[in-house]
Design a protein around this ligand. Structure first.
Ligand SMILES: *Cc1c(COP(=O)(O)O)cnc(C)c1O
Length: 306
């Protein structure tokens, strides 16, 4: 049995009304560790265990680290997650609650990551948060479920951080014979490494991240995500933090589900009836989830950004 669960897929009355077209939701927020990440990380952890790994190491203080900790607990494999001092108490508590060993090290992620990398022995597996072919293969299963349900969307909306979700969704579309279904890749301003790369025609690296959507905060997207822009119809959209947070709040009212701004980013073009959705009658939104923001935090951001 895989470590992820099949998630609900349904047409949202409220979001369809907002967007003026049929909007379907793939509720990855319902995954046990709270985000789509368990699809790819679960598959990768199972593979690494089969290849002999006796410990999993991660340096993500976000949903990837939580997914690795969850996978390790389910597979009976010890997990070490090294996070920087900037990681929220909530994220640390969630990682510990999965029984993982948590090491807090360094002022920024690259320092935590360097320590994590230095700990990796030949019997350990290092789990990258987005740049691993096994992750993309696992993420693709969400599109398999949509195809199995018999629903073919005209376009897929999803958010982009390091591009693992994008790479996996495109793999899923292609392996289901849906190479013609475009993807609308959404980022927040200040974390828009994919949009800027498309514009530059080269994989650029941001000097820093200036968005509250920390789960989208990869300074550079993986090579795979950038290469796919030449192999698959991919449109790009950048929304403000304010729009992402507003979308999260509206989504609570519409569906009683709390997601991070990283996920609100993908909902924002729907609520804003974005021009880029114009050509599509039926759109599928990957509600990627995320557990590191609370309702109180969303309210606080909303006031700050107003
Ligand atoms: C990781 C994550 C993303 C971005 O995924 P990438 O594979 O890094 O592009 C978006 N939303 C949430 C909630 C995430 O955890």
């Amino acid at each position: 049995m895989p470590l992820h669960i099949p998630t609900p897929l349904f047409e949202s009355r409220a979001l369809s009304a907002a967007a003026g077209r049929s909007v379907w939701l793939k509720l990855e927020a319902m995954q046990p560790p709270g985000s789509f990440k368990i699809r790819g990380i679960g598959l990768a952890c199972e593979q690494y265990q089969r290849r002999g790994a006796t410990r999993f190491i991660s340096s993500s203080g976000g949903n990837a680290g939580i997914a690795v900790a969850y996978a390790g607990r389910m597979l009976g494999v010890p997990v070490v997650v090294v996070v920087p001092e900037t990681t929220t108490e909530r994220a640390k508590a969630l990682i510990r609650a999965e029984g993982a060993e948590l090491i807090v090290h360094g002022a920024a992620w690259h320092e935590a990551n360097a320590l994590a990398q230095s700990m990796v022995t030949p019997t350990d597996a290092f789990l990258h948060p987005f740049d691993d072919a096994l992750l993309w293969q696992g993420h693709a299963s969400m599109i398999d479920e949509v195809a199995q349900a018999g629903f073919k969307p005209d376009a897929v909306l999803l958010s982009v951080g390091g591009g693992g979700l994008l790479s996996g969704a495109v793999e899923g579309l292609q392996r289901n014979g849906w190479g013609d279904v475009p993807v609308l890749a959404v980022e927040t301003a200040g974390a828009d490494s994919f949009a800027q790369s498309l514009r530059a025609g080269a994989r650029i690296e941001l000097a820093g991240i200036a968005s509250i959507a920390t789960s989208l905060g990869a300074r550079q997207v993986c090579e795979r995500a950038f290469a796919l822009s030449a192999q698959h119809p991919i449109l790009s959209e950048v929304v403000t933090d304010q729009a992402a947070v507003a979308a999260c709040r509206r989504f609570i009212g519409d569906h009683r589900i709390v997601v991070e701004p990283a996920c609100g980013a993908a909902l924002a073009p729907v609520y804003a009836k974005a021009a880029q959705l114009e050509p599509f009658d039926k759109v599928l939104v990957i509600v990627c989830g995320g557990v590191t923001a609370t309702v109180e935090q969303l309210e606080q951001w909303s006031k700050q950004l107003a």
